[in-house]
Design a protein. Structure first.
Length: 162
């Protein structure tokens, strides 16, 4: 659990440091890889793709609820598998990083901007990346680990009576 807390804190610190640097240094788009990747400074008052823009209080409430659920139920969620603990730590770190933005800055700072031809992915940040990677690791773990980490098999077709 200490490692998970450390990873969560590491994500938070990395996220906030990168956002402070972006706020203080980026005044216009900086091309890093022509035709593919730019650094930008974008303030997002919503969630992914600007969903629920202007509803920062609702997004903050949802974030707090999800964070508390992760903390309270991490053992049950992880089922004893180490990668699931780390995946939830990544998600928690991302949640806290974006929540700090909503409280401190009034919106989330995004700065990683990928595009190819006419296709453009919305800008994102370290916290968003941590959330996505954490969810991805959890899904992959769930596909390849049909048992709990303590060696007990999960029922394949549990009945309501069990």
């Amino acid at each position: 659990m200490i490692r998970c807390a450390f990873l969560t804190g590491l994500i938070l610190v990395a996220d906030q440091i990168t956002k402070i640097v972006v706020e203080n240094r980026i005044t216009s788009s900086i091309t890093v890889i022509p035709g593919l990747f730019n650094l930008v400074f974008v303030k997002n008052s919503g969630a992914a793709w600007g969903i629920l823009a202007g509803k920062g209080w609702l997004l903050l409430l949802i974030s707090v609820i999800v964070f508390v659920l992760i903390v309270v139920f991490i053992r049950r969620i992880a089922e004893g598998w180490p990668e699931r603990y780390y995946s939830m730590a990544l998600v928690a770190g991302g949640i806290v990083g974006n929540s700090v933005d909503r409280i401190w800055r009034g919106s989330v700072v995004d700065f990683l901007d990928f595009h190819y031809g006419s296709h453009h992915w919305p800008a994102f940040n370290v916290a968003d990346s941590a959330i996505c990677v954490g969810v991805f690791i959890f899904i992959i773990s769930s596909w390849f680990r049909p048992q709990t980490g303590d060696g007990k098999s999960k029922p394949q077709n549990p009945s309501p009576r069990q």
